[in-house]
Design a protein around this ligand. Sequence first.
Ligand SMILES: Nc1ncnc2c1ncn2[C@@H]1O[C@H](COP(=O)(O)OP(=O)(O)OP(=O)(O)O)[C@@H](O)[C@H]1O
Length: 256
Amino acid sequence: MTTGTLQDFAYRIEDLRISYGDHQVIHGIDLTIEKNEVTALIGPSGCGKSTFLKALNGMVRTTSNATWSGTIEWNGKNMIQENVDPLELRQKVGMVFQKPKPFPKSIYENVAFGPKIHGVKKKDIPEIVEQTLRDAYLFDEVKDRLHESALGLSGGQQQRLCIARALATSPDILLMDEPTSALDPLSTIAVEELILKLKEKYTVVLVTHQMEQAARISDSTAFFLMGELIEFNRTDALFQNPKSQQTEDYITGRFG
Ligand SMILES: Nc1ncnc2c1ncn2[C@@H]1O[C@H](COP(=O)(O)OP(=O)(O)OP(=O)(O)O)[C@@H](O)[C@H]1O
């Protein structure tokens, strides 16, 4: 594999296997994640969706009881076999979690934190903060209170701030682990609309328990069951005409 090759995909995954101690939880997954699309990961609790996401941002490497094998080609390298700079990975692959957890600092400082760590010049930071808050469709709501605590924002605003924080280091990819599960319906719609806009600039991989959400906002959907990839297809095709009986049972609510 040549370093720096321009890829037309965000990730190419081949025969990915992951274990925690003796417990294998991902069983040989092959999947290509396209750039500038939303890829949804669905499946019942414990099927390995979060573990798969942790593989994509390299967190499996630093999880003490975890081992992995296979190929995750990202940015011209197999991140399982080859040395990938953890700082580069953290800058290029942003992560958004289930519960919004802004730092107990001002709105401004939350967004400025990443660029500061990555060595952006002090004079450039105000512009980055403003642009990133605009990209997260939050700027107009917070422009008069940038230096007030982020903890004073609503849950939905806090989640959009966490998305802004992830965007502030100019990533290519955003990994989102159930980003709306702690939000009320209106905030959920705001975050879903944001995700749809983000794919113009970013690749989004989204773990969701809400089938309607996958159907509404993703381009492709992967259905996981007990650590195996049962079906991966364009979202419309997967929901309208599932090829596997297990997919059909899951999306029609017969289990999970
Ligand atoms: N650090 C860990 N050590 C040991 N086992 C783990 C660890 N993290 C996850 N597991 C186990 O790996 C399996 C897959 O978990 P994972 O969190 O990836 O599933 P999930 O599909 O994201 O579940 P959920 O939808 O409930 O979040 C589960 O059996 C879980 O208990």
